[in-house]
Write a protein that binds this ligand. Structure first.
Ligand SMILES: Cc1cc2nc3c(=O)[nH]c(=O)nc-3n(C[C@H](O)[C@H](O)[C@H](O)COP(=O)(O)OP(=O)(O)OC[C@H]3O[C@@H](n4cnc5c(N)ncnc54)[C@H](O)[C@@H]3O)c2cc1C
Length: 350
């Protein structure tokens, strides 16, 4: 009989990758099944890690916990793998009006966390290059994960450890009996689904309530822009080095597919021309579907009626920031029976 693994993970996006690294660190035995040809919103994510909702200047849910854990996590993985993909990068949030300036100053006095993640003073940007007559706020302690590189390097590492199968998971072959999971030659105590938006097709979780959001972004070149911080005003403009930038993203709730569209590119191009004054050339565009939920909270834990079946999903627009801590909470639940946070428990949907 094959060895009994602690777990099988389905999917190697931001969710499955964080969980896999943490499993390795805790000597939990597992295998990953993930198909390169199946879409992954992680592969196109801009990788911005920012705990402040810049429209209203409020911190996101559990901001400090997520930020502290993800910083520690990505730094450690970089060290272990001797690679660089996580960079501290401040964000210039462009202010749109005098009213917004006053609103920000009020928020800064009221919101303790803003002091940790933003400077009080409003700064001037180079208005020859950037359209910012009311200045900008500098968000600090924010960062950028080069997601594609992080995923690729992690995949190579998992491959070397013979932990990952590049194949399409076939639910028809899955069998769960006497608290054990059987899949092809594998036997495990748990199966944990990290499938991103494709969870909507997984009939093991018929009650989940997603509110999926398609997003498009563009990659452009601008020699003259010479930007080293992230810019934000409606759009994010992320410097990638060598005069290349990512700008995004759009939000589309109705036409949920992964195709880039003329309309999406036009919106981005138009918004971009309102922010930067330098010439730019669009090189590429990409589209993906964010696994957002109806209550804007992640989905985590094991099913109440079958504790062999687990999930880490619902990362929405902030997978890079959320995935490490949530993966750790799932691990703690599995190993030490630590309860899952009530707001993100998979069983909350009834
Ligand atoms: C345009 C855009 C920009 C974004 N920008 C940011 C950003 O700047 N910062 C940020 O934090 N987040 C960003 N996001 C959100 C981020 O992409 C998501 O939160 C995150 O990628 C979700 O990760 P996941 O692992 O849950 O899902 P996914 O990345 O979709 O991963 C799912 C994995 O499961 C695999 N899979 C699914 N079904 C099967 C199957 N049957 N068999 C085998 N494998 C399977 C897929 O191949 C994939 O590897 C952005 C999203 C979009 C669309």
């Amino acid at each position: 009989m094959a060895n009994i693994l602690d777990a099988i993970i389905i999917g190697q996006g931001l969710a499955g990758t964080a969980l896999s690294h943490l499993f390795i660190s805790q000597n939990i035995s597992f295998k990953i099944i993930s198909a390169d040809e199946i879409s992954s919103s992680s592969k196109i994510a801009a990788g911005i890690i920012n705990p402040i909702v810049t429209k209203r200047y409020v911190p996101v849910w559990r901001a400090t916990e997520f930020m502290d854990f993800c910083h520690q996590f990505y730094t450690k993985i970089e060290e272990n793998l001797e690679e660089e993909f996580y960079h501290q990068k401040n964000i210039y949030k462009i202010i749109g009006s005098a009213e917004e300036q006053a609103f920000y100053q009020l928020r800064f006095q009221k919101e303790i966390l803003l002091k940790e993640y933003a400077n009080e003073e409003i700064i001037k940007l180079d208005t020859d290059k950037i359209n910012a007559p009311f200045g900008a706020i500098e968000l600090k302690n924010t960062s950028k994960l080069t997601v594609e590189k992080y995923l690729e390097i992690s995949k190579n590492y998992f491959q070397k450890m013979e932990l990952i199968f590049n194949e399409n998971f076939n639910k028809d072959v899955l069998r769960i009996e006497n608290n054990l999971v059987y899949y092809k030659g594998l036997i495990a105590k748990k199966i944990i689904f990290c499938e991103g938006y494709l969870a909507i097709k997984n009939d093991l979780f018929p009650k989940l309530k997603f509110n999926l959001v398609k997003g498009e972004l563009i990659q452009f070149r601008s020699k003259e822009l010479q930007l080293d911080k992230i810019l934000n005003k409606q759009l994010y403009i992320v410097p990638n080095g060598d005069d290349m930038y990512t700008a995004g993203a759009t939000y589309e709730w109705k036409e949920l597919n992964e195709h880039v569209t003329k309309k999406g590119i036009e919106i981005l191009q138009n918004d971009l021309s309102k922010i930067i004054k330098t010439p730019f050339e669009i090189i590429q565009s990409k589209a993906g579907i964010r696994p957002a939920t109806i209550d804007r909270r992640p989905i985590l834990g094991f099913l109440a009626n079958n504790s062999c079946i687990g999930i880490l999903n619902g990362l929405g627009t902030r997978g890079a920031m959320l995935a490490p801590l949530l993966a750790n909470e799932l691990l703690q639940n599995m190993v030490n029976a630590t309860p899952i946070h009530i707001d993100c428990d998979v069983n909350r949907f009834g």
